[in-house]
Design a protein around this ligand. Structure first.
Ligand code: WT7
Length: 632
């Protein structure tokens, strides 16, 4: 087992050791895993390329570490416990032994359908155990999984399939989410009609009892392919730096990029961070409410917990179905000890009133976690008092798709907390704050751009098919460092507080969207000439989407127009990207070089029009007045 820190003194000692002797430090962690062949060098890196290699020459398979390694000691322990959307439906649980067998069967089915090491397999699935089984099956045979959140549109799905030339798509017939019953396979069919020639097979997991169209030769039922297979499948030997998965995420420009994580470093870091941040013990019931379509689900529903030999709960549904007490009901039902969710869910449930919480005891809760966006003080306090009975520590975990694992967070019960602070970096993580010119800001009580000076094992290696974009986005803005895109403050005690994105990325309910991406979608509406999108503070979502739109012709029915714009965005990206507010304008404030002055648009969206600063240098200062008075 990776080493687990037990006290704040041990934390400080580990931190210092990881700074002074990073290779020794990480070698010690890595030695606790099962390797087919040991590494010859712990770390070989430069941030200029970037070219980052951890556990160089080491050979392994991550699923042997998630599954096989535990069979002797934890074969009969539950690995994954699944709670259905329908509270009356039976749970499904898989012991480590059962999960091992299911993963092997699925892996054999992938092989039987022509999937080989290095092939990309796309997953577009609801939160059913077969999603976890499927990605582990892919990893077992050295294929590269690319999970696309099942709320994305056919268009987004097709872009992602094409970008990484997936050979197979694994999906389901339907997705039950709350009261909704979503035809998932239909979206895959639409996506594949947009020219995804690389896809040879679609494997469909059956959730419902309804006929759906199946294209002969291409579409196959999961149960027909998987059930007859053998429950033994030798794991494919992988190099530490072979790709494990691709996960698409939005940036400030262009289409979403495929963040690439590799086998060795990702394995070591997700397990290490999971054990240390959550301070997991044998017998604990750990529940992360994220979707496996996001990095949180990859690292802290599937890989981290399984590598650590924990029991991980997976939930199909939503927090408010059949009512706003569902999360707390599940906590009591399964005696959850560790509960990890997003601030947006906390705020939404808090808004429903305390009576939903008070119906349940929540006495099993030992540790609470928060992830995805800054947590406001009011939500923090409510979470702490009502859910944690003022006892359970809250780990406010800061990280990103690109970081693979948690970088800044309290260690539960060890690091003294401060509401809204992600507190201190994990050992092995070297954050720093810089000016926008890239000069490091030393000392405490300071604010700046959050960067990392030194690699940690699960840092992204590239963006799929476009290494130059990876360099430009993360490694060239601040020379010699990894740039996070976030601004942060370091207080008098050296604690970090994340302020939020400093680029054109918005965080809506913990989902990351690029403003350019949303603008491109809006511009698909034939009546739109140009648009500009900014984020604004939203009580529940953290940030809402505010769109300024210039139309070709005067709009007579504004409500109808707004609805059309939202439909276009839903269709282009997915419902999560729908603007909350749309303001029709005759022009956008532009600099003389033609750049949109987003600062002004942000201020107006925030409802703060008192101090817009100097607008006289604009090409069209007159539109500012119009925008102010017409604020949505
Ligand atoms: C962005 C990354 C990492 C899991 C989910 C989101 C924001 C994430 C926190 C936190 C304040 C946070 C940052 C970051 N963020 N966690 N604890 N406090 N902000 O992953 O979609 O890659 O988004 O989410 O702005 O850059 P992601």
């Amino acid at each position: 087992m990776t080493l687990q820190i037990r006290s704040i003194e041990e934390y400080h000692a580990a931190y210092q050791r990881a700074v002074d002797h990073p290779e020794e430090f990480w070698a010690e962690q890595a030695e606790t895993f099962q390797w087919r062949k040991p590494w010859s060098k712990v770390l070989d890196w430069n941030f200029e390329g970037p070219d980052i290699n951890w556990f160089v020459g080491g050979k392994l398979n991550i699923t042997e570490n998630c599954l096989d390694r535990h069979l002797a000691t934890r074969g009969d322990q539950v690995a994954i416990l699944w709670e259905a959307n329908d509270p009356e439906a039976p749970n499904r649980s898989f012991t480590y032994r059962q999960l091992h067998a299911e993963v092997c069967k699925a892996a054999n089915a992938l092989k039987a359908n022509g999937i080989q090491k290095g092939d990309r397999v796309c997953f577009y699935m609801p939160m059913v155990p077969e999603l976890a089984i499927g990605i582990l099956a892919s990893a077992r045979i050295g294929a590269i999984h690319s999970v696309v959140f099942a709320g994305f549109s056919a268009h987004s799905l097709s872009d992602r399939i094409k970008d990484s030339e997936c050979k197979m798509v694994i999906t389901s017939d339907f997705n039950s989410r709350g009261a909704k019953y979503i035809p998932v396979k239909k979206v895959v069919d639409e996506a594949l009609n947009m020219g995804c020639d690389s896809v040879k097979t679609v494997l469909v997991y059956q959730c419902a009892n309804e006929m759906i169209p199946m294209q002969s030769g291409r579409d196959k039922w999961w149960h027909d392919e998987v059930n007859p297979q053998s429950a033994e499948c030798p794991a494919t030997e992988m190099d530490s730096e072979d790709m494990l998965f691709i996960l698409y995420t939005s940036g400030s420009t262009g289409k979403p990029k495929g963040v690439v994580h590799t086998c060795g470093g990702y394995m070591v870091y997700t397990c290490y961070s999971f054990r240390n941040v959550f301070q997991i013990q044998d017998g604990d019931m750990y529940w992360c409410t994220a979707d496996i379509g996001w990095i949180t689900g990859h690292s802290y529903i599937v890989y981290g917990p399984l590598l650590a030999g924990a029991t991980s709960i997976m939930f199909e549904g939503v927090p408010t179905y059949p009512n706003a007490g569902r999360f707390w009901e599940i906590c009591d039902k399964h005696q959850v000890t560790h509960f990890y969710t997003a601030p947006t869910a906390i705020r939404a449930l808090q808004a429903q009133g305390d009576s939903w919480v008070e119906k349940h005891s929540l006495s099993s809760i030992k540790v609470l976690g928060s992830v995805g966006e800054p947590i406001n003080e009011e939500a923090w306090r409510w979470y702490h008092e009502k859910i944690g009975h003022s006892k359970a520590p809250i780990v406010d975990t800061w990280w990103q798709t690109e970081t693979g694992g948690i970088l800044i967070s309290p260690l539960a019960g060890i690091t003294p907390l401060k509401p809204c602070y992600a507190t201190l970096p994990l050992p092995g993580v070297q954050p720093c704050l810089t000016t926008s010119e890239g000069k490091e800001i030393e000392g405490n009580n300071v604010e700046g751009l959050l960067c990392m000076k030194f690699p940690w094992p699960s840092i992204l290696r590239t963006t799929y098919g476009d290494h130059e974009r990876c360099r430009q986005t993360y490694f060239s803005p601040i020379k010699g460092m990894y740039f996070t895109g976030d601004g942060a403050r370091r207080d008098k005690d050296g604690y970090y507080r994340i302020i939020g994105r400093v680029d054109d990325v918005i965080n809506v309910s913990g989902h990351r969207l690029g403003t350019a991406e949303v603008e491109n979608a809006i511009n698909q509406h034939p009546g739109v000439v140009e648009s500009a999108v900014v984020g604004y503070p939203h009580d529940i979502k953290g940030q809402g989407i505010y769109a300024y739109v210039i139309t070709t012709d005067p709009v007579s029915d504004e409500d109808k127009f707004r609805k059309e714009v939202m439909d276009v965005v839903s269709k282009e990206i997915g419902p999560i990207a729908k603007p909350d507010k749309i303001q029709i304008v005759s022009g956008l404030p532009k600099t003389r070089s033609g750049k949109i002055m987003r600062r002004i648009l942000r201020k107006v969206a925030e409802g703060d029009v008192s101090n817009l600063g100097d607008v006289s240098t604009l090409l069209n200062p007159e539109v500012v007045e119009e925008i102010k008075t017409g604020a949505a």
